[in-house]
Write a protein that binds this ligand. Structure first.
Ligand code: SF4
Length: 392
């Protein structure tokens, strides 16, 4: 699968591999501040509207050293990596940190940053996790208002409605282009690997958004369409993995087992790009609406909403993409996903949808054992597809 390869794509690959390196270079080039935010619901547009660079802090590939003693071993790899990066100075490029929610472990990581970098401003706007209570909208609007004040104070620039509207438009354009790659893949007109899609989305979390958009446009204009995926491949949906991207080697390994990934609900995937911010009306209200809408577009195990659930969304998404089964990728000790997974599994089992759970860790990849499990899973799906119904 080489159709994306181009100079523009290799720039994005470099940024995805070294997000902090990009932030350092951007800061040197522009002289403006860099603000780190955390997954999964912070509206980057509000930082962008000040002229600062919003960067979603990524899990580092380096082994966790100092971080081991700062958070318990039973915290997820993302939070332990963030704690480690703070302790060893890898986050020094950031002038401040902001977060909008969301799980207890992430709060632990934020506390470590406060401890390791007391001089760096840190603002925590806890967005309500119950999405459809009568007071949810008002509470989120309040939190957006407090974010505005904090971000203005951190950067020393007022966020005007006009600047915010322009930033909203810029992020919407970028999301639209990223969704285009997903649509092309789903239709089979573009052969793009899960690793490549991760590069596209991850780099968008880091780069100045208009710069990223220009590179996406360049890649799209150079694509030669259409192409058809081989029929022999089993079509799968990748699910789960909040906050940090699954290792690219794991994605390659899965696809090497005769798999075509046709869709996902990963945070470094469709979850991140699922929802646009409304462009009409008050732009600050629009950020609140975006937060409430995105749990409908891509329901999340960390949010609660009576009329929305992740399992129905997943089943609908499989109908849409024609996926034959699901691989759930779960970062070890990710409590929200661990707690939600049994519900997801129950619904998929009831519908006879094959599902495989793979647990991931920061250090190491049990490649051969995972390969055997994926191959067995793929074989099971192939047999299931060939099964001739028996007469009663
Ligand atoms: S949601 Fe999961 S991966 Fe994200 S910080 Fe919480 S425990 Fe870690």
């Amino acid at each position: 699968m080489h159709e994306l390869e181009s100079v523009a794509f290799s720039v994005l690959e470099t940024v995805a591999a070294d997000p902090v390196g990009y932030a350092v270079e951007w800061k040197r080039r522009t002289g403006r501040p860099v603000v780190g935010s955390f997954p999964m619901n912070f509206p980057s547009e509000i930082v962008h509207a000040t002229g600062a660079l919003p960067v979603i802090v990524q899990e580092s590939r380096t082994p966790i050293t100092e971080g081991r003693s700062l958070l318990p071993e039973f915290y997820c790899s993302y939070t332990r990596s963030v704690a480690d990066q703070a302790a060893v100075g890898e986050l020094d490029v950031f002038d401040a940190f902001v977060l909008a929610d969301h799980c207890v472990q992430l709060l632990g990581a934020a506390d470590v940053i406060r401890w390791a970098k007391p001089e760096k401003p840190m603002h925590f706007a806890q967005f309500i996790s119950s999405m459809d209570d009568p007071w949810s909208g008002a509470q989120v609007r309040d939190k957006v208002a407090s974010l505005r004040v904090e971000v203005e104070e951190i950067v020393g620039v007022t966020v005007t409605p006009e600047a915010l509207r322009a930033s909203i438009r810029a992020f919407n354009v970028n999301r639209h282009l990223l969704r285009r790659f997903y649509e092309l893949r789903k239709t089979g007109r573009l052969r793009v690997s899960a690793r490549q899609l991760q590069v596209l989305v991850k780099s968008s979390m880091v780069m100045e958004i208009t710069e990223h958009t220009e590179l996406l446009e360049s890649i799209l204009s150079g694509l030669e369409l259409p192409s058809e995926p081989p029929d022999s491949l089993v079509r799968l949906h990748l699910s789960g993995h909040f906050c940090a991207p699954p290792r690219p080697e794991l994605l390659d390994l899965i696809e090497e087992c005769g798999v075509l990934v046709v869709n996902d609900d990963l945070y470094h995937g469709t979850r991140y790009i699922s929802t646009d911010v409304p462009e009409d009306g008050d732009p600050f209200d629009a950020l609140a609406t975006w937060y409430l809408d995105r749990n409908v577009s891509a329901p999340c195990g960390t949010r609660v909403q009576r009329n929305v659930d992740w399992d129905s969304y997943l089943v609908d998404s499989l109908d849409d993409s024609g996926a034959d089964g699901v691989i759930t990728l779960m970062a070890k000790f990710c409590e929200p996903l661990m707690l939600y997974y049994p519900e997801l599994r129950k619904v998929l089992d009831a519908r006879d949808i094959p599902v495989l759970l793979i647990e991931t860790e920061h250090e190491g990849l049990a490649a051969e054992s995972i390969r055997t499990r994926v191959e067995t899973f793929v074989e099971r799906i192939r047999r299931q597809k060939l099964k001739v119904p028996t007469l009663a």
